[in-house]
Design a protein. Structure first.
Length: 551
């Protein structure tokens, strides 16, 4: 099946994002400052070239374009609406502060981190694959804002494009004789049933780089779907572009897609051995080159990511939702026996294989929980949703007469939409730890008082952690950061009731502070509910924390 215009447009949009990341990374590697406008011009040129050169059907599939646009626009709109009124990152956890600290460094210096001594400030983030951070910094420059305010729209946009790509992949795999668009839209809607693994990955758990890299992984899969139907060097070249960006953003997704590529080339008996090797080389050599460059210029934390430990959601039926479990189980069974849909089953099998391999490597590093193996579930929802949607289309066609099946083809999509709506309506909104008033208060404190002398009177300790590292620029591996109660809200309140503590503090809600604190501070600056305050009476900044560390 030749590409249609909307598929070429979607591939070009992802290519623009991917080329921007790659260009920024290579510019930094060559010793240049990251220049947003030249990178924008280059990225637009890559996207335009790809759009012009991709072969596609002369007569477009008219229903596909408005459906794709509706999915992308609605998804992006909801993700932005959910982040109102500040449109800042909505997640929590220490990882959010670490990501935002690296983001602030790149924006401030126009370069990636090249000084190993900065590990005291940024920890492992000095070697973290920076694709999402580079993209946010570039977008901030393009739209005349700052990277902190650009990061959520950037990640939300990648989430919206992922939904659109899932729709296009499902449309291509639908059975003949049925309207493709409504059942393909059901695939995009099914992603919302396991909300925790889809939007929740960045809206709640702050897996920013992982979420952005999922866009490139799904786009790589889409390139392989097109290649399997009609093997061409152009499809694997696009795979290489997306794969390179995926590596620079979050490299864990490369494994299943590379394995899938190898399997597909072996299955294509009509391809000569020489041509198969050429296509594999075109697909993987650019990724391998960037991997080698990365390994030669960084401290190779990215290669040790396979041994990482941390928090990830277990994909239990309660997390996924029983409707999703039932539908995708049936879809996976169908995909295993249906030739057209087997590419979804193949990707799922490759994901499971890598998950098993990561369990082995995780145990060798002493991990208590299979952290990265659990992360593979976040990618698995995409082939599962497509397989389920294709299975629904086949069941619908088999259960009804051809006329009735076509006439009421939108009904299954409406039912899935109701389930997705219910999942969204029952998902509680997370109280963000990053807010505009607190950011303004932190920025004011950075400019007017010693950052090392600022305490945090906040409701959530992660708000203080973010302020301490990402806004005020304090070291992560020294000073107060190593003291257990630095970011404990109750302990902070006690410190400000008794005399002799730090002279300054940032409060996220001045009016909510205990009366004993409010009546003994001077307000230096106020930004809505947030404020920067100064202690009345004696205070200590220089040696109090060194004494506590020495105990």
């Amino acid at each position: 099946m030749p590409l249609i215009g909307v598929e070429a447009g979607a591939a070009s949009a992802v290519a623009m994002i991917a080329s921007a990341i790659i260009a920024a990374y290579l510019a930094d590697t060559l010793g240049f400052t990251i220049a947003p406008l030249p990178i924008l011009a280059l990225s637009l040129a890559v996207a335009a070239t790809l759009f012009v050169r991709l072969p596609r059907r002369a007569v477009p599939d008219r229903p596909a374009l408005p459906a794709f646009a509706a999915i992308v626009i609605t998804t992006f709109g909801w993700l932005m609406w959910r982040a109102r009124p500040d449109f800042l990152p909505t997640g929590t956890g220490s990882d959010l502060a670490h990501h935002l600290a690296l983001l602030a460094y790149i924006e401030r210096h126009g370069r990636l981190v090249h000084d190993a001594t900065l590990g005291a400030y940024l920890g492992e983030m000095i070697d973290y694959t920076p694709g999402a951070h580079l993209l946010a910094v570039l977008a901030a420059a393009w739209f005349h804002t700052d990277a902190l305010h650009a990061i959520h729209p950037v990640v939300a946009l990648t989430g919206a494009l992922k939904s659109g790509l899932v729709f296009l992949i499902a449309r291509r795999l639908m059975p003949d004789g049925m309207p493709r668009v409504p059942f393909a839209m059901a695939a995009a809607l099914l992603l919302w049933l396991p909300y925790t693994l889809f939007a929740g990955s960045f809206m709640e758990q702050s897996f920013l780089s992982q979420a952005v890299s999922e866009l490139f992984a799904v786009a790589m899969w889409g390139a392989l779907v097109a290649w399997e139907e009609r093997p061409a060097a152009g499809a694997v070249a696009v795979f290489a572009l997306f794969g390179t960006a995926a590596f620079l953003t979050w490299p864990i997704w490369i494994g299943p897609l590379a394995l899938m590529l190898g399997c597909l080339t072996l299955w294509h008996r009509e391809l000569s051995w020489t041509r198969s090797v050429q296509h594999v080389a075109i697909a993987l050599m650019p990724i391998a080159i960037v991997t080698a460059v990365y390994g030669a210029t960084r401290q190779v934390y990215g290669f040790h990511m396979v041994n990482a430990v941390g928090f990830a959601i277990w994909p239990t039926p309660r997390v996924l939702g029983w409707p999703f479990v039932v539908l995708t189980s049936g879809g996976l069974a169908w995909a295993a026996i249906d030739r057209r849909t087997r590419i979804a089953a193949l990707l799922f099998a490759a994901i499971l294989l890598q998950a098993a391999a990561l369990i082995v490597t995780g145990r060798s590093s002493g991990a208590v929980a299979p952290y990265l193996s659990l992360k593979m579930a976040y990618l698995a929802i995409y082939p599962l949703s497509v397989a389920a949607a294709v299975m629904i289309a086949h069941v619908w066609r088999a259960a009804l007469s051809p006329v009735v099946a076509v006439r009421y083809a939108w009904l299954p999509m409406v039912i899935v939409a109701l389930g997705a709506g219910r999942a969204l309506a029952t998902t509680p909104r997370v109280v963000p730890v990053v807010t505009q008033p607190v950011f303004l208060a932190g920025s004011w404190a950075l400019a007017h008082v010693p950052p090392a002398c600022v305490d945090y009177l906040v409701a959530d300790g992660y708000t203080g952690y973010w302020l301490h590292l990402a806004v005020l620029g304090n070291p992560r591996a020294a000073g107060r950061t190593l003291v257990d109660d630095t970011f404990e809200p109750r302990q902070a309140m006690v410190r400000w009731i008794v005399p002799g503590g730090l002279p300054y503090a940032i409060a996220d809600d001045l009016d909510a502070l205990p009366r004993d604190i409010r009546t003994n501070v001077d307000v230096l600056a106020r930004f809505g509910p947030a404020a920067v305050v100064k202690r009345r009476g004696p205070s200590t900044c220089d040696d109090i924390w060194q004494k506590r560390l020495a105990r």
